[in-house]
Design a protein around this ligand. Structure first.
Ligand SMILES: [Zn+2]
Length: 229
């Protein structure tokens, strides 16, 4: 159920927004952000940093960076951004560890179940799950996935992908249906963002840079703001 209380952007938020503008002066997102600063209905987003603990996910081909660590890094940046824009943010994890019980026999299954329960128990309006892709050396580009026959999630995914195409170097041309647990298991709009390919050395170098991380997170924010506009 949507909440109807509206937040008032206070002076502190405006100041922080202006500081963010200055910090990101090198990123060509400012015209869009300028229109985005307006009071928003207060929505609750669950930001899900994919993998964690014994499940590291993909590994960077050049640097050996672990996907679960990079996912967390992106998730924390996105959290800070979305909070500045008035969203209630709930994180599935804020440390390197997974959500599974140390006593679980199937830790991966327990981990996913815990994420689902967290999303269901939080009166969540939408979910953004963050991952890094891996395939072969040539594949590249950020891409947003949504569950099959899930129009609200597709709309949210398309909105985010639009800003990836606009602002990122060689984003994928379109969103795609993805058969992922986090997309299939929850009822609210949910998207899974593959920020790029750790199997591609050039893209790996981008993915581990602060600047690219900000561009990805701002593109996600802009897509979300448009979805709720
Ligand atoms: Zn992953």
């Amino acid at each position: 159920m949507k909440k109807i209380n509206y937040i008032v952007i206070n002076k502190k938020s405006i100041l922080i927004g202006l500081i963010l503008f200055l910090i990101l002066a090198c990123v060509p997102l400012i015209p869009s952000l300028a229109t985005a600063i307006s009071p928003k209905a207060q929505y609750t987003v669950v930001i899900d940093a994919g993998h964690g603990g014994i499940d590291g996910g993909s590994v960077g081909i050049s640097t050996g960076v672990i996907e679960s660590e990079l996912n967390l890094d992106y998730a924390l940046t996105l959290r800070d951004l979305m909070q500045e824009f008035g969203f209630d943010v709930i994180m599935t994890r804020t440390t390197s560890g997974g959500l599974y019980s140390p006593f679980a026999t199937n830790k991966k299954k327990d981990d996913m179940q815990k994420r689902k329960e967290l999303i269901e128990n939080a009166n969540t309006d939408f979910v953004i799950s963050l991952h890094m892709n891996s395939f072969n050396g040539n594949a590249r580009g950020a891409q947003v996935f949504y569950g099959e026959s899930d129009e609200p999630s597709k709309t949210l995914a398309d909105n985010i992908q639009k800003y990836f195409i606009k602002y990122l170097n060689q984003a994928r041309k379109a969103t795609s249906v993805g058969d992922y647990y986090v997309l299939n298991a929850v009822k609210c709009p949910s998207v899974l963002v593959e920020c790029g390919y750790l199997s591609n050395a050039d893209e790996e170098a981008l993915l581990i840079s602060e600047e690219y991380k900000k561009e990805v997170c701002y593109s996600i924010l802009l897509g979300v703001l448009e979805y709720f506009d």
